[in-house]
Design a protein around this ligand. Structure first.
Ligand code: NAP
Length: 337
């Protein structure tokens, strides 16, 4: 498969390095000519889980410098969410007939691109944890995998082909329920990651207060309601996505307490990754996480005031009008009425 990977950051860098090191040819698209030049000079180097690997950056250029008749059978979009949405139409023009565009961002990106660009989009998700220390220098942080599958559900020959091809470098799994997997991660990102970043605390910390617990439950309940209303069947990740006895909202009781304890055991101590965006003054992906829930809810008749309020607070933090603080959770709970 003639392959282009767009975005050689943390995840893209690990994937590109491991593919190249395994002898799988892949053309790389960096943001601009200067970043392409930096990558050519540095080469590609991965450390961490899965062992070290190095390779030459080789064929690397800005997306705009690639000829429109690129003839790629596969374009992997490994940028952040907003950049993926912006770059996708250009990337799609580089596909050969029958070629596949594979976004691997969190949240609603794959579905948004599928709605806009149609059948060329194969859904994807990264459970691969990675960081970038400098251009060309990456660390794989977990034994995670890329997940690919049809947005409409079901198995497909092309998902299997992409799995086998990229699987020569990194672990890739194909699923017949990609939408379910996307939503399983999304409901956790909406509540654990975003609320943790807003509070500037881990889930274990912020959920210990009554207002923190209320913020968690309302955010989770809204996101799960939208997932189910959209027809998705969220799958088990570390915990069951649907709390016991759930009736469109969390139902207090011993079974629910045990479920919350399992969420805390699974996700309670991770530093919310969105805090890094706040620290670096970078745009977050909230628009495609809580913002996706807030945009989709009304289309399915599900009110989403809490997730909408979270987006506003996160954007105010990004603009430095607010700072992460557990006190902000009260404002979010109040928005739910
Ligand atoms: N990192 C993780 O552990 C992890 C885990 C699970 C899911 N994800 C998801 O995976 C996606 C990528 O995350 P990441 O951490 O790898 O992000 P990242 O480190 O910021 O990498 C994104 C890269 O894409 C580049 N880029 C942006 N626009 C581009 C364009 N038009 N053409 C070519 N390159 C472009 C960026 O360049 P600049 O630096 O110049 O902006 C950056 O090098 C996100 O949606 C994230 O949520 C990440």
């Amino acid at each position: 498969m003639r392959t282009l990977l767009v975005g050689v950051g943390a995840v893209g860098g690990v994937v590109a390095t491991r593919l190249r090191a395994a002898g799988v040819p892949v053309v790389l698209a960096a943001r601009d000519a200067a970043s392409a030049e930096r990558l050519r000079a540095s080469g590609l180097h991965v450390s961490g889980v899965g062992g070290p690997a190095s390779a030459a950056a080789g064929d690397v250029a800005p997306l705009d410098a690639l000829a429109e008749d690129g003839g790629f059978d596969l374009v992997v979009l490994a940028t952040k969410a907003r950049d993926a949405i912006d770059a996708a139409p250009r990337a799609a023009r580089l596909l050969a007939p029958g070629g596949v565009l594979l976004p691997i961002q969190n949240g609603g990106v794959a579905q948004v691109l599928g709605d806009r660009l149609g059948a060329c989009v194969l859904g994807g998700l990264s459970n691969l944890g990675a960081t970038m220390a400098a251009p060309g220098v990456y660390e794989q942080r977990n034994a995670g995998h890329l997940l690919v599958g049809e947005l409409a559900g079901g198995a497909s020959e092309r998902a299997e082909r992409v799995r086998a091809w990229l699987g020569r470098g990194v672990e890739v799994r194909a699923t017949a329920n990609l939408a379910g997997a996307i939503w399983s991660k999304l409901v956790v990102n909406c509540s654990v990651t975003t609320l943790g970043a807003v509070a500037g605390r881990t889930l274990r910390d912020y959920v210990a207060t009554p207002v923190g617990r209320a913020a968690f439950e309302r955010t989770y309940d809204e996101a799960l309601s939208v997932a189910l209303a959209s027809g998705a069947r969220p799958e088990r990740m570390l915990v069951e996505p649907i709390p016991p006895g759930w009736s469109g909202r969390s139902v207090p009781g011993p079974a629910h307490e045990a479920w919350v304890a399992s969420v805390i055991a699974g996700y309670g101590d991770a530093r919310p990754s969105m805090l890094q965006d706040f620290d670096r003054g970078r745009r977050t992906e909230v628009e495609f996480i809580n913002g996706y829930v807030a945009a989709l809810g009304p289309r399915h008749g599900v009110p989403t005031p809490v997730n909408a309020a979270i987006v506003e607070v996160v954007e105010a933090i990004t603009r430095r009008e607010l700072a992460p603080d557990p006190g902000l959770l009260a404002r979010i709970v109040q928005a739910g009425g």
